[in-house]
Design a protein around this ligand. Structure first.
Ligand code: AMP
Ligand code: GLY
Length: 425
């Protein structure tokens, strides 16, 4: 089979690595990909939003399966465009990707189908939001309705901050049209867990759990980022919590989407908060998590291409999804200054250390080749996701941090407490 992967980050690197392991696969392409991905896939310079070019490429290269990694093209309807051209593609159609594309939609869905989530109100006008805030409990959470690179969520401690937040989202349009409508949500406390799942429209199969670290600094301080590291499984995701989520959240979401005439095929990523009152859905994503994928896929036993095909064909019930009884930790190596200002084009050394080392992976997020075409340079804020397996979380963490020492580049920055929470268990 020829497989095309759409995207360019560490998540797509992990997907490409896993797809390339499938005995069914002869050739992998990635659009646009990055320098690390080119070890497993031929990278082609087509952007993820260039649907016409992508479908033309898929026809020309006789691609048997296209896998969409990123949210933007999914929400923009890339799957519909591929299907209209008779191309096989893994991911939700536009009418289902709205589960991630509109927070107002997903909140209304949860309310209608009694899926546990924070209480909320939706506003289309700043003046209505401001009037509501006058009597709301603080802290309060403001969310831009649309996609905002994961940054459209403001946690406001006071009425003053909340007023400023409404201005930022709805009047100053900091996130463009994503802020035309906002959700104002009850503030919840608890531990966060990411649960990814495969869905074929009716059946849902849950992957192993993971936890992300979104803040830039140790001890969860500093600015929000795309993710500074992950571990899997989450020891806080107990059997009791799993049972509750299976009864109240996972299948209920898939059934609700089907009921609404928005059959969901692809990945549902449940962002959960484990509150004192039980698990609550923080958000849905319609794609793999980044950097959750980097710790989940190395633990997955199945041939991922078989699972993708079962989702497309509606026979996921026949797949026995399995994960190794081990653990994985991913530490992101960033360029100092991320997520604000950082240098690019810095030479990266030491990546050869990962060659043929079982259980150690350097998933590339923002890298490119230097002019010599063989050595690597930084090309983004998040540069690499250094990932290691271990027999348990402590071993995986020790291995991952040891492997971060193999790599060097100027301005290398990382958090030193990825997975520290496991010490509380
Ligand atoms: P979201 O994009 O909706 O997942 O929100 C991004 C982050 O904001 C989450 O990972 C949480 O850390 C935080 N967050 C979102 N909603 C709430 C809430 N209702 N209460 C507390 N924190 C929240
Ligand atoms: N790691 C969070 C996300 O992928 O949205």
């Amino acid at each position: 089979m020829n497989v095309l992967i759409v995207g360019s980050g560490g998540r797509e690197h992990a997907i490409a690595w896993k797809v390339a392991k499938s005995p069914k696969v002869t050739k992998v392409y990635c659009a646009p990909g990055n320098a690390g991905i080119s070890e497993f896939a031929e990278c082609v310079p087509i952007g993820a939003m260039e649907f016409e070019k992508l479908t033309a490429f898929a026809k020309e290269k006789e691609i048997d399966l296209t896998v969409i990694g990123m949210d933007d093209p999914l929400v923009g309807g890339i799957v519909d465009v591929f299907e209209a051209k008779g191309l096989r593609v893994f991911g939700p159609r536009k009418n289902a990707a709205i589960l991630e594309g509109s927070k107002a939609f997903s909140k209304d869905l949860m309310k209608k189908y009694e899926i546990p989530t924070a209480a909320y109100e939706t506003f289309n006008k700043a003046e209505d939001a401001l009037a509501y805030l006058e009597t709301a409990d603080m802290p309060v959470v403001l969310k831009a309705d649309g996609l905002a690179l994961g940054k459209g969520v403001l946690i406001c401690q006071s009425l003053e901050e909340a007023r400023a937040g409404v201005k930022e989202l709805m009047e100053d349009k900091k996130f463009g049209s994503a802020g035309d409508r906002i959700v104002v949500e009850e503030f919840m406390t608890g531990r966060e867990v990411s649960v990814l799942s495969f869905v074929d429209g009716k059946t849902i199969k849950i992957m192993t759990s993971a936890q992300d670290h979104k803040r830039a600094g140790d001890g969860d301080t500093g600015l929000n980022t795309g993710g500074m590291g992950t571990f899997s499984p989450s020891p806080f995701y107990t059997e009791e919590i799993d049972t509750f989520c299976r009864e109240r959240i996972y299948q209920a979401t898939v059934d609700a989407m089907a009921q609404e005439g928005r059959e969901f095929k692809g990945i549902i990523f449940f962002g959960l908060m484990l509150t004192e009152k039980g698990p609550r859905v923080l958000e849905y994503n319609a794609r793999f998590g980044d950097p959750e994928t980097q710790v989940v896929l190395p633990r997955m036993k199945n041939d991922i291409v078989e699972v993708f095909e079962a989702c497309i064909d509606g026979r996921l019930d026949q797949i026995d999804l399995g994960f190794e009884d081990n653990a994985a930790v991913c530490v992101v190596l960033a360029s100092e200054g991320y997520p604000l200002h950082y240098k690019k084009g810095l030479a990266i050394h030491g990546l050869e250390c990962f060659k043929e080392k079982d259980g150690y992976y350097a998933f590339h997020a923002g890298t490119r080749f230097a002019e010599d075409g063989t050595t690597f340079q930084t090309n983004g804020g998040r540069v690499l996701g250094i990932t290691a397996l271990g027999e348990d979380l402590k071993a995986a963490r020790a291995n991952a941090y040891a492997a971060t020492e193999w790599v060097s580049f100027e301005n290398k920055y990382m958090r030193h407490d990825i997975g520290k929470a496991i010490d509380e268990c």
